[in-house]
Ligand binder design. Structure first.
Ligand code: SAM
Length: 293
C-alpha cells in the first residue's frame, strides 16, 4: 500500500489527514465530532488491514495513523458518553440541537452518513436477541430511517407536549427515540418483531426517556385513537398498507391528525383523496400530509 506511485499518493493523503486531525480541536464541538467521524470512517479500512506493509518511512506513518486513530476513536466515544449523560439527566432537546440545525443546509441526498454514526454512538443498541420472525410478503423487513431524515422530520413538523407521535413499524426505535429526545411529544413505536421491541425498550431505559413507549403488535390491530402524528417508513405494502390507511382515514374523519412518510409508500399515500400534502412532496425526503378539508 505505501510503496510505489499509488503509495506516494496515499502517503500524501494520510499525511494531510494527520494535519487535519491536529486541527480538530480548534473547531466547534459539532464540526469537531462530524470531522472526527468522517476521518475515522476513512481510516478504518487501513487500520483493520493487518497486511499493510511498506518501507521504514511508510511504516512510521502507518504507526502514527494507528495511534491517531485510537486517540480519535476514544475521544468520539467520550463525546457520545457526554451526550448520553446529558440526555439521561433530562437535558434532552438542547443537546442534539446543533445537529438538527447542521442538517438544515444539507437537506438533499439519501443514504446514511456521520449523523447515523453519531446517533448509534448515543443509542448504543444491543444486538437483537432471539429469532426474527419471518415477515409475510407485504411486510417490509427492517431498515432504519437515515438520521438525516429523522432530523428533517423533527425540524419540519413542530411537535409539542400535546402531540402523540406514532411510528408504525418502528424497528429498533430510531425514530421515536430521537423524536422523544428532541421534542416534548409523547412517542410510541409499534413493531411486530419482539427482538427489535426489546432493543428499543432497553435503549429508552438506558437513556432514561420517560416519553417513549414501544408496543409489540401488528400495526393493523393497533389503537390509533391517541395518536396525533403517524409516521410510516414504508413498513408494509399492498393490502396491509390499505388496511392501515383506512383506519387512519377513520381517525382523520373524527379529528385532526398528520401523517409523515418516507420511502416508496409516499407515492401511495400521496394518492389518498382524503389527504393533502402540507409541503410539495419530494420523494427522497420526508413527506407531510394532513386531512383535506
Ligand atoms: C423499513 S422498516 C422501518 C423501521 C423504522 N420505522 C424506522 O424508520 O427506522 C419497517 C419495519 O416495519 C416492521 N413491520 C412490518 N410489518 C409490520 C406490521 N404489520 N406491523 C408492525 N410492524 C411491521 C418491520 O419488522 C420493520 O421493522
Amino acid at each position: 500500500l505505501f510503496s510505489g506511485k499509488k503509495g506516494k499518493a496515499m502517503d500524501n493523503k494520510l499525511q494531510s489527514l494527520i494535519a487535519e486531525m491536529e486541527q480538530l480541536y480548534q473547531w466547534d464541538p459539532p464540526t469537531q465530532l462530524r470531522n472526527s467521524i468522517e476521518i475515522l470512517d476513512y481510516l478504518e479500512p487501513y487500520i483493520c488491514d493487518s497486511q499493510i506493509q511498506g518501507d521504514d518511512a511508510s511504516g512510521e506513518l502507518y504507526n502514527m495513523i494507528r495511534t491517531s486513530y485510537q486517540d480519535l476513536l476514544a475521544s468520539t466515544q467520550r463525546h457520545y458518553q457526554f451526550l448520553r449523560r446529558q440526555i439521561q439527566l433530562g437535558g434532552k432537546s438542547s443537546c442534539l440541537a446543533p445537529w438538527i440545525s447542521i442538517h438544515q443546509d444539507e437537506i438533499s441526498g439519501e443514504g446514511y452518513d456521520y449523523l447515523d454514526v453519531l446517533v448509534n454512538g448515543i443509542f448504543q443498541f444491543t444486538s437483537p436477541d432471539g429469532k426474527i420472525v419471518e415477515l409475510t410478503e407485504e411486510m417490509v423487513s427492517y431498515q432504519p430511517t437515515p438520521a438525516r431524515r429523522i432530523f428533517e422530520l423533527i425540524s419540519r413538523i413542530s411537535l409539542t407536549e400535546h402531540d402523540i407521535f406514532v411510528d408504525l413499524g418502528s424497528g429498533m426505535g430510531h425514530v421515536p427515540l430521537l423524536v422523544a429526545i428532541c421534542t416534548e411529544a409523547n412517542c410510541i413505536g409499534i413493531e411486530l418483531e419482539k427482538a427489535y421491541v426489546d432493543c428499543a425498550r432497553l435503549c429508552a431505559r438506558g437513556l432514561n426517556l420517560a416519553n417513549v413507549t414501544f408496543i409489540q403488535q401488528d400495526a393493523r390491530s393497533a389503537d390509533f385513537s391517541q395518536g396525533t402524528v403517524f409516521y410510516l417508513y414504508t413498513p408494509f405494502t399492498g393490502a396491509i398498507l390499505r388496511d392501515v390507511l383506512d383506519s387512519l382515514r377513520d381517525e382523520a374523519s373524527r379529528r385532526e391528525i398528520r401523517i409523515c412518510t418516507y420511502g416508496p409508500c409516499t407515492t401511495t399515500v400521496a394518492k389518498e383523496h382524503w389527504l393533502e400534502a402540507i409541503d410539495p412532496v419530494e420523494l427522497d425526503q420526508i413527506a407531510l400530509f394532513h386531512r383535506r378539508n
